[in-house]
Design a protein around this ligand. Structure first.
Ligand code: ADP
Ligand code: ZN
Ligand code: ZN
Length: 701
């Protein structure tokens, strides 16, 4: 008897969201089965959504093509996974095909049945068989860790682990994983916000679990892997061989048939939100996923969100009792948190890059054999080159932004579109030979510090070594690890870098951290800017004094220095007092007053077009056409505005903000509005529109 499976295939972004195509099959196919089906002129990978034994009513039987082959070597994707991608597509306003196919490894899409069989054979050959389990070696838990683990044993809701930097959150994750993994076939998903945090975490999980569960037990999933590596990890997870999957936001979509615990480390980090395609929040999806797993299995799937500076929305959820908050205020070994030194730049010599008191504090640290970290959130040598004679500036011809001067290869590079060329010998405007850098980036600070410390010696008599770590120095494979190794071995004395150095790393000899130019963030128009600044500086500070014994032997408290023109600013005062709860309460009060998230809900519609007029017209027309839609009265639509950087790579960008009091009202309206947005694309005024995208729960405005 024939069957008519509906199959999810990769479909254009906005084509009838959530719809699967009907095919014909001689056999009943379980939902989640991977198949290859004809689509236009090609054969593509598809996922069976369901498999009725009646032909679809709107298509004649003859029109329906047959499933070409079934990838029988692979178990079907389970319902929980299908539910996850369906939820994500619906919630983030994308097509199901796009989200579901985007959640599978790209390399899987090209394999036919025979190739897949070969790949699986190779996979099996490379998967080491289990060895005799060795007993675990692990540290004694601190009292706080033990208490948190008790609380984690039977959680009925998501757990917010509010733990100071260095309080040993990773050990909590390891122990929680250990107990989850006692169930046969259980799997654990651990997410970190950035690729460069995976090696350290991977090492700790391998060290802990490989002796027990074998070397196939931990796999990674992140964008730094080759397609073949990603496929390998994905297969291990899907086949249940890997018991622990570590990864960045994409890992939230891993197929994990045995999922029994989810950890989201540094849950506040905006990197969990995807900034293109389906703009999903991996943290939020993880919460939804845990709920689905729990519903399906009848026992809650624990999920832990860890941070020293929780996101305001998670904090709010905990305050309301929707999340269970567990606290770990104390550092392992009883070490002190850094003391804050707000250095008032109004009272420092004019033009000082590193003010004298900070410089001398750094010298003292180095003389005692400690390391220092200097944070500056701007890579390159200088953000602009400028001619004082004619006012020429290093603008990017394709963007409304300046190109950044990179001294090491003498280039001007646009950090938005990538446009790069050599630094001109003379001013392109007037021929003046004297074009000068304006402002400072990490490259310049590295150079400057090397000069300042040229005559200083370390306790061992060697010269001071200054190193830099940012997206430029870590581009090559292995370079990040090499640089971190140089830090950990004590070879480097002063590390200069962007936010990349502030997060997560467990430096052991760090006595002083300095942020030398954070003020710009104080006056940003984005309502989340203070939250991000607080988190960044608190995280950066958290790199100091992590080894309680080392710090105690030094006999001097570790320090966090901030050079600022606004030392009395509320954000700095809250940091100085180490008072995140007060800061969060203030933020929540401000947001409540303004109806901002998490007390209101938002979406942005972004439009890209050849002209700014088209981008704006598209948005404003779509807003006007929303007039009589159901649920229109539940939302506020604001007029379209240009993005802060209006033009990137010759594309003009505008956005329109949608606000609602409740999440469900916002969702209802967006669904009703979808068709209008699609229709408005063809309005004459919108001619030149390239694309539009809805960003639900945007992380920046
Ligand atoms: P966090 O993630 O909270 O900033 P980590 O998990 O990196 O902190 O822990 C900080 C340091 O303390 C690490 O070097 C870790 O090995 C160590 N540590 C954690 N728990 C314990 C423990 N129970 N006993 C001894 N050392 C521990
Ligand atoms: Zn000039
Ligand atoms: Zn550019």
């Amino acid at each position: 008897m024939a069957h008519w499976p509906s199959v999810i295939v990769s479909t254009p972004v906005h084509s009838g969201m959530g719809v699967a195509l009907s095919y014909r099959s001689e056999h009943a196919l379980a939902s989640g089965t991977l198949v290859r089906v004809p689509l236009g002129q090609r054969t593509v990978l598809g996922i069976v959504q369901d498999c009725p034994d009646q032909p679809p009513c709107d298509v004649g039987e003859a029109q329906t093509k047959s499933v070409q082959s079934v990838l029988a070597g692979l178990p079907a994707l389970n319902d929980e996974w299908l539910q996850l991608v369906q939820f994500a597509a619906r919630y983030y306003q994308r097509s199901l095909g796009e989200v579901a196919m985007g959640a599978l490894p790209a390399a899987l899409k090209d394999l036919d049945e025979a190739q897949l069989a070969r790949r699986l054979k190779k996979h099996a050959a490379h998967t080491p068989s289990a060895q005799t389990p060795q007993p675990l070696s692990r540290p004694e838990l601190s009292a706080e860790q033990a208490q948190v683990l008790d609380g984690l044993a039977h959680p009925q809701q998501p757990v917010l682990l509010y733990g100071a930097t260095g309080s040993g959150k990773t050990e909590v994750y390891l122990r929680a994983a250990e107990s989850a993994l006692q169930a046969p076939g259980a799997q654990v998903l651990v997410m970190v916000p950035e690729i460069n945090l995976t090696p350290q975490l991977e090492a700790r999980f391998r060290e802990r679990f490989e002796p027990l569960l074998g070397s196939a037990t931990v796999v990674c999933l992140h964008s730094g892997m080759t397609p073949a590596q990603r496929l390998g990890s994905w297969l291990s997870a899907h086949l249940g061989q890997a018991r622990i999957v570590l990864g960045t936001r994409m890992a939230v979509f891993a197929s994990l048939p045995g999922l029994r615990l989810i950890v989201v480390d540094e849950e506040h980090d905006p990197s969990y939100k995807s900034q293109d395609g389906a703009r999903y929040s991996a943290r939020d999806l993880a919460i939804v996923r845990a709920k689905h797993v729990g519903d399906a299995s009848g026992t809650p799937c624990p999920i832990v969100l860890g941070s020293a500076t929780p996101s305001i929305e998670s904090w709010h959820a905990a305050e309301q009792g929707r999340y269970l908050r567990l606290n770990m205020p104390t550092r392992i070994g009883g070490g002190a948190l850094p003391q804050w030194r707000l250095l008032d730049m109004n009272h420092q010599p004019k033009g000082a890059v590193i003010a004298p008191p900070l410089l001398s504090a750094m010298q003292d640290r180095i003389a005692r054999g400690e390391q220092c970290l200097v944070l500056l959130n701007r890579r390159g040598y200088a953000p602009v080159l400028s001619c004082h004679a004619c006012d020429w500036k290093s603008s990017c011809p394709h963007c409304s932004a300046y190109r950044v001067f990179h001294k090491f290869d003498r280039t001007l590079r646009c950090h938005h579109c990538g446009f790069t060329d050599r630094v001109p010998r003379a001013c392109p405007g007037c021929g003046n030979l004297d074009i000068a850098p304006v402002g400072r980036g990490t490259e310049q600070i590295e150079e400057h510090l090397s000069a300042l410390f040229a005559d200083v010696r370390r306790p061992d008599g060697n010269p001071v070594r200054v190193a830099r770590m940012d997206a430029d120095t870590t581009r090559l494979k292995g370079s990040l690890q090499a640089q971190l190794d140089a830090m950990h071995s004590g070879e480097v004395d002063i590390l200069v870098g962007t936010q990349m150095i502030a997060k997560g790393h467990d430096f052991r000899r760090m006595g002083l951290v300095a942020s030398i130019n954070a003020d710009a963030a104080l006056f940003a128009s984005d309502y989340k800017a203070p939250e991000r600044l607080f988190a960044l500086l608190m995280q950066a500070a958290g790199r100091a004094g992590r080894d309680a014994e080392f710090a105690a032997a030094q006999g001097v408290a570790c320090e966090m220095w901030v050079q600022t023109w606004h030392p009395t600013h509320a954000v700095f005062q809250a940091l100085k007092a180490h008072d995140y709860p007060r800061f969060a309460a203030e933020q929540l009060a401000e947001r409540a007053a303004a109806g901002m998230p998490p007390l209101g809900h938002q979406a942005l519609v972004r439009a890209d077009a050849k002209t700014h007029a088209a981008a704006q017209a598209f948005l404003n027309l779509a807003a006007a056409a929303a007039g009589n839609l159901p649920h229109r009265e539940d939302v506020t639509l604001y007029p379209a505005v240009p993005l802060t950087i209006q033009r990137v790579a010759n594309v003009e960008r505008a956005q329109l903000l949608v606000e609602a009091l409740s999440r469900s009202a916002l969702q209802r309206f967006l669904h009703a509005w979808q068709g209008v947005l699609l229709h408005t694309r063809s309005a004459p005024e919108a001619k030149g529109l390239i694309r539009f995208a809805v960003d639900v729960d945007p992380v920046s405005i």
